[in-house]
Design a protein around this ligand. Structure first.
Ligand code: SF4
Ligand code: SF4
Length: 480
């Protein structure tokens, strides 16, 4: 057994051990096993059955690449989860390649550091980065032996609403060329749920492309087949109700401590179901979850000061983002947690959080549940700044406007509703000044013409034009 392999085994078991200790300290054993322990136990059993075969065949021997520090590969402490069935170890931190630096060299630098520290799951899609991210990802990863990384990509056949078989197949085949691979580790039907069952039929069922993808999995060109979900939960339920036919290997869901029980806030009817429902359904079916938006587009990394204080009291050195990641990673049926990383300090902090993951205790879970209830009372807009809604034909910077507003809410800078407060006029003026500084005139909310073009593109089901009117109202001084 190599030093690296022994370290790897130790880290999986150390992580599981620390979860067991948390159990003894804070939770009833039955509750613990229900929420965390069953997956953990099965991971241990798999490792004991044939630990070195799965490790060696999936990861390969350590390679030293130019990274940010020396000796990284001899100190890999990443927590891994084992893929059901194949038993392949997947790093609990997955690299979301949605927003990447412009220069290939900068992307390579992030990827090098991540791989050197044990990250082996990379998630992209044909529509990311204006269509360039698959190619950038492919150039970066193809510098490594193929067994060193796993790549996830998607069928992003969203717009126009109807895609014939040939066009969808072309998108699929192009992914192989862009990624420079002859098999795809994780392939997803991208963002099912938006547009309800009609969209599912148009995009995947009636044109026969899902049947084709199932055959591609049989042929080994797709190693694991799944879907990502946002929107109408009846589509999520339909695909799981038919699991005997599709045999989903994994499902990607939005999950964080706020969306666990408060996913529907501020969304249109038919918005996402609570993450608790999605996770529980998948867990019962034995389908592992890939998690997106673990810190809700950064919203849980920039929390209000009073919330930060509550967190700091328990763990003075931890950032709010670390809390969010730890909470998600503590769930045993989570295969990997995607973080969209485009800065080295984020990559380094996230790797530290997952190397190894320190599972949340029951009392920490309770604190986060209380904090989520407090946050649900805030009038924030559930925008994750994904920019799927862009460009707006009238120039509105939709995510920029929402990001400004959300930060004003969490920092307590909103001038409303206390129009009778003695400092109302002063607060209102400060709010408008800050808004003008943050958002260019040509991109402000008052440019919205209510054309509705952005509505169907938003995976968070936000009523964008209505929210723009709300933002405009806030910049108008009320009579006191
Ligand atoms: S509804 Fe408003 S924000 Fe949305 S695309 Fe139209 S003008 Fe832009
Ligand atoms: S409004 Fe919706 S689509 Fe646009 S950036 Fe926010 S979450 Fe993404």
């Amino acid at each position: 057994m190599s030093f690296w392999q022994s370290n790897y085994i130790k880290d999986v078991i150390t992580t599981l051990d620390s979860m067991e200790k948390n159990d003894e300290r804070d939770m009833g054993r039955r509750d613990f096993l229900k929420r965390f322990g069953v997956g953990a136990a099965s991971a241990v059993s798999l490792m004991l059955l044939d630990p070195f075969k799965s490790v060696a065949s999936s990861i390969g021997s350590p390679v030293r690449y130019a990274g940010e520090d020396d000796g990284a590969t001899s100190d890999v402490r990443m927590t891994y989860r084992l893929q059901n069935g194949s038993g392949h170890p997947v790093s609990l931190l997955g690299f979301g390649m949605m927003r990447l630096p412009r220069e290939q060299a900068d992307v390579d630098r992030l990827v090098d550091y991540a791989i050197a520290h044990g990250v082996n799951y990379f998630d992209t899609a044909p529509m990311y980065g204006g269509g360039r991210n698959e190619a950038v990802t492919g150039r970066s990863l193809s510098r490594y032996p193929r067994e060193k990384y796993m790549v996830a990509t998607k069928m992003s056949n969203m717009s126009p609403a109807t895609w014939p078989f040939e066009k969808s197949k072309e998108m699929y085949e192009n992914s192989f060329r862009q990624l420079q691979v002859d098999y795809i580790d994780y392939y997803l039907l991208h963002s099912i749920g938006g547009g309800g069952m009609d969209a599912l039929r148009n995009r995947f069922l009636d044109n026969g492309i899902l049947d084709f993808l199932l055959k591609e999995r049989e042929a080994g060109r797709i190693r694991h087949l799944g879907f990502s979900y946002h929107g109408d939960v009846s589509v999520f339920d339909y695909l799981l109700d038919n699991n005997d036919k599709y045999h989903w290997d994994f499902v990607q869901i939005q999950m964080n401590y706020l969306d666990w029980r408060h996913a529907g806030r501020g969304r249109r009817r038919g918005g996402d179901a609570d993450a608790e429902y999605l996770y529980d359904r998948l867990e019962k079916l034995g389908i592992q979850c890939v998690i997106m938006e673990p810190i809700r587009g950064g919203g849980l990394a920039n929390v209000a000061e009073n919330i930060n204080e509550q967190l700091r009291k328990v763990r003075p050195d931890d950032s709010p983002a670390r809390w969010g990641f730890r909470w998600v990673g503590s769930h045993a049926n989570v295969l990997t947690v995607l973080s969209g990383m485009n800065r080295m300090d984020h990559v380094m902090e996230n790797i530290a959080t997952f190397s190894p993951l320190e599972a949340c205790t029951a009392s920490e879970n309770e604190l986060l549940a209380r904090i989520a209830d407090q946050m649900a009372g805030f009038p924030t807009i559930g925008c994750t700044t994904c920019a799927y809604c862009m460009p707006c034909p009238y120039g509105v910077d939709i995510p920029g406007n929402f990001a400004f507003y959300n930060s004003a809410v969490t920092k307590g800078l909103l001038p409303l509703p206390e129009t009778t407060a003695p400092d109302y006029a002063e607060r209102q003026q400060a709010y408008v000044a800050a808004y003008r500084e943050a958002v260019a005139e040509v991109s402000r909310a008052n440019r919205c013409q209510d054309c509705g073009e952005c509505l169907s593109k938003c995976p968070q089901q936000i009523r964008i034009p209505n929210q723009m009117s709300r933002l405009v109202e806030l910049t108008r001084k009320k009579r006191v």
